[in-house]
Ligand binder design. Structure first.
Ligand SMILES: [Zn+2]
Length: 341
């Protein structure tokens, strides 16, 4: 859980007052709240050492949306790892971002609102940290006073020792037994190790983009927009930018080049054999027409976010028959030769 940082000096007195009130409540009820001391110990045993779980994964579309809005689109995985550390996706204030607004802990009741605020706050500290990711992460937890402290005492660099030192300084200044999570960077990073993107493929199909970053896996999931449970995701999602060209994964013939603003948005389907098709969805523009013969690697159009999508990505499908239901499609990872996660 994030501890109170010194975001805005004016906020502190209000926050301290609140802490006192909460302290009394904790003393009375005997429960260990989310404020005060011991949060890192509390978090420690709580999560399994897995990659992003569905509780956080289901919000990916919001992370993409607000990361892009704040110009930090490449930090989606880090933001999601932070959320794993903050709440594991199990509280409405998923990023524990109410404190960055100077509000008491857990006062944001809408996950999208929490992500919107958390991402914006992170973009802010990242900028103050001159793009240094570890420094920014620790500041997300301890407040941006940590950045000033690092600039003053450690040439603007993060170190764990510095986080401990700053924690002690702040704890003694505020009269708390503990301030923040001094191991926050490591705690977040452990969720990232497992989420490293697969880069190279050696399958029958070539890769549809120059840089491969998988955003969402093929298979059952909770639909990020409708919230519907067990909606089957019939393709593999790749992160990309509107400047990225989408390339045909194999030789074939374009059998669908559809302009639409619902569902797949603008999409292209290429037939590679009697029982093999690739489909590319949410494109911003299409540069081929129905009936075109295309070569492997040939550009089909550009990445986009048309149709049911809130962030620029490529949704790629491996279909064996046109019109087949999502759950009968194949996982594109196999034919692309990308290792299963
Ligand atoms: Zn998709």
């Amino acid at each position: 859980m994030k501890k109170l940082g010194c975001l805005v000096p004016l906020v502190i007195p209000v926050v301290i007052l609140f802490m006192l009130v909460v302290g009394v409540i904790i003393a009375v009820t005997g429960s260990n709240g989310t404020t005060g001391s011991g949060s890192s110990g509390e978090v420690e045993g709580e999560y399994t050492f897995n990659a992003m779980n569905q509780a956080v994964e289901r919000y990916r579309i919001y992370f993409e949306k607000y990361a892009n809005e704040n110009g930090i689109g490449e930090y989606v995985d880090i933001l999601m790892a932070m959320t794993m550390q903050e709440t594991g996706g199990r509280l409405a204030d998923v990023m524990q971002s109410s404190e960055s607004l100077g509000l008491p802990v857990n006062t944001i009741t809408d996950p999208e609102e929490s992500i919107k605020q958390g991402v914006s706050y992170f973009a802010n500290v990242l900028e103050q940290a001159d793009g240094k990711i570890k420094l920014a992460l620790q500041a997300y937890n301890m407040g941006n006073g940590f950045i000033d402290y690092a600039k003053k005492h450690n040439n603007g660099e993060y170190s764990r020792a510095l986080a401990f030192e700053f924690g002690e300084v702040m704890a003694s200044r505020l009269g708390w037994s503990n301030y923040g999570d001094e191991n926050y960077v490591d705690h977040v990073m452990r969720f990232l190790d497992k989420k490293e993107a697969v880069v190279s493929g050696n399958g029958q199909w070539s890769l549809p983009l120059k840089n491969i970053r998988i955003n969402s896996e093929f298979g059952p999931r909770r639909h990020p927009v409708t919230g519907e449970l067990n909606k089957f995701h019939g393709g593999l999602d790749f992160g990309c930018t509107p400047a990225d060209s989408i390339m045909s994964v194999a030789n074939g013939e374009v059998v669908e080049a559809v302009h639409s603003n619902i569902g797949y948005g603008n999409y292209v389907t290429v037939k590679h054999g009697s029982n093999e098709y690739s489909r590319y969805a949410h494109m911003s523009s299409i540069s081929v027409s129905n009936g075109d013969v295309v070569n492997q690697g040939e550009t089909l159009g550009k990445c986009g976010t048309t149709g049911t999508s809130t962030g620029t990505h490529l949704h790629l499908e491996h279909i064996t028959q046109l019109g087949q239901p999502h759950n009968e499609k194949s996982n594109p990872r196999n034919i692309l030769g990308l290792e299963a996660k």
